[in-house]
Design a protein around this ligand. Structure first.
Ligand SMILES: NC(=O)c1ccc[n+]([C@@H]2O[C@H](COP(=O)([O-])OP(=O)(O)OC[C@H]3O[C@@H](n4cnc5c(N)ncnc54)[C@H](OP(=O)(O)O)[C@@H]3O)[C@@H](O)[C@H]2O)c1
Length: 282
C-alpha cells in the first residue's frame, strides 16, 4: 500500500491551485486544499471525493487559519506535511501614483502577510531536524515573474511578489536547521482567472492622466493571456519539487523562458525604462 504524503495548498478554487490538486492526488498525495467560499467547498468535495480535504479560510484571517490547523493536525495523526504550497493570491493593477492606499495595502495583506500567516501557522507540521537527519517539509512559493521583474501599472502586485521572494529566502535561511527547504516558482502568464479578474477594472482612472495608459495596460494583459501556458505546467513542476530531494531554488515558468531570463538578468534597468516608455508613451 502507498504511504500517504500530505500536502497543503492554499487557493484551490481555480487556476493553478485547482490543477495542482488533481496532479498531486493522481500521484499518491493526500491534499489539504483551502478555499474561501462555502460553494467551493461543496464543489471541490464532489470533484475530489478521495484523498482530499477541503479547508475553508481566507489567508488574512488568523482565527480561521488556526481552526484549519487543528483539523489538519487530526488528519495527519502525528505525521508531517510533505509540502506547503503558498498559492493563494491576486493581482492588482493600476498606476502607483493614483492607487488607493487601502487597495495597495490589501494587495500586500493577501500576497505577503497571507503567506506568512499560513506558513507560520503550519510550521509545526513541517519541521524536521537537520542534525538528526529528519526530513522536514518543503515550502513552495507560487511567486511570479513579477517577483523578479517590475512592469509599470502592475506595481502593487510586483511589490507584493518581490516581497514574497524575500520572505522565501528569509524562511529558507531561518528554517535550515529544521531541514525545511523553500523553493520559489516564478510563472509568467498562466491560463487562469487571475488576469481576467483585473482587466477593464480601470473605471477610477477615467478622466485622469493615466486613462489612455490603462487601455494600453489592458491590451498588454490580453496579449499576455494569449501567450499563457496551461496551469498543468506549474502543477508538474510542483510535483517535481516535492519529489526531488534537492532542486534549484527558483524556477521561471514562461513560454520563452530563456528570453525572459536574459531580459530579467541582463538588460540594463535604464534600457528597460526606455523600452517601457516607448511602449506606453510614444
Ligand atoms: N495566472 C498567472 O498568469 C500567474 C502568473 C504568475 C503567478 N501567478 C500566481 O499564481 C497564484 C494562483 O493564481 P491563479 O493564476 O491560479 O489565479 P486564480 O485562478 O485567480 O486563483 C487564485 C486563488 O487564490 C485564492 N485567493 C485569493 N485571495 C485569497 C485570500 N485572501 N484568501 C484565500 N484565498 C485567496 C482564490 O480564491 P477565490 O476563488 O475565493 O478568489 C483562488 O483560489 C497566485 O499567487 C498568482 O499571483 C499567477
Amino acid at each position: 500500500m502507498l504511504e500517504l504524503k500530505y500536502v497543503l495548498i492554499t487557493g484551490v478554487s481555480s487556476g493553478i491551485g485547482n490543477d495542482a490538486v488533481e496532479v498531486l492526488i493522481k500521484n499518491g498525495y493526500y491534499v489539504l486544499g483551502s478555499v474561501r467560499k462555502e460553494a467551493d467547498v461543496e464543489r471541490l468535495k464532489a470533484q475530489y471525493p478521495e484523498n482530499f480535504t477541503c479547508l475553508q479560510f481566507d489567508v488574512t484571517n488568523l482565527e480561521a487559519i488556526k481552526k484549519a490547523y487543528k483539523s489538519v493536525e487530526k488528519i495527519v495523526k502525528g505525521g508531517r506535511l510533505k509540502g506547503l504550497i503558498n498559492n493563494a493570491g491576486f493581482a492588482l493593477g493600476g498606476p502607483i501614483e493614483l492607487l488607493e492606499d487601502e487597495k495597495f495595502r490589501y494587495q500586500i495583506e493577501v500576497n505577503l502577510f497571507g503567506v506568512r500567516n499560513v506558513t507560520n501557522a503550519f510550521l509545526p507540521l513541517l519541521k524536521g531536524d537537520k542534525k538528526k537527519k529528519i526530513a522536514g517539509g518543503k515550502i513552495i512559493m507560487i511567486s511570479s515573474i513579477s517577483g523578479v521583474f517590475n512592469t509599470p501599472f502592475n506595481g502593487a502586485y510586483c511589490v507584493s511578489k518581490h516581497a514574497m521572494e524575500s520572505l522565501a529566502e528569509i524562511y529558507r535561511r531561518e528554517l535550515y536547521r529544521y531541514n525545511i527547504d523553500v523553493v520559489s516558482i516564478q510563472p509568467g502568464p498562466i491560463e487562469s482567472k487571475l488576469w481576467s479578474k483585473n482587466i477593464n477594472k480601470y473605471e477610477e482612472y477615467v478622466g485622469s492622466e493615466y486613462e489612455k495608459l490603462m487601455e494600453e495596460s489592458n491590451r498588454v494583459i490580453k496579449k499576455a493571456e494569449k501567450n499563457a501556458l496551461p496551469a498543468r505546467v506549474v502543477s508538474k513542476l510542483i510535483l517535481k519539487i516535492l519529489e526531488r530531494k534537492r532542486t534549484k531554488l527558483a524556477f521561471v515558468v514562461n513560454k520563452n523562458w530563456l528570453f525572459t531570463i536574459l531580459v530579467v538578468k541582463y538588460i540594463p534597468a535604464r534600457w528597460m525604462d526606455a523600452i517601457f516608455y516607448r511602449q506606453f508613451f510614444k
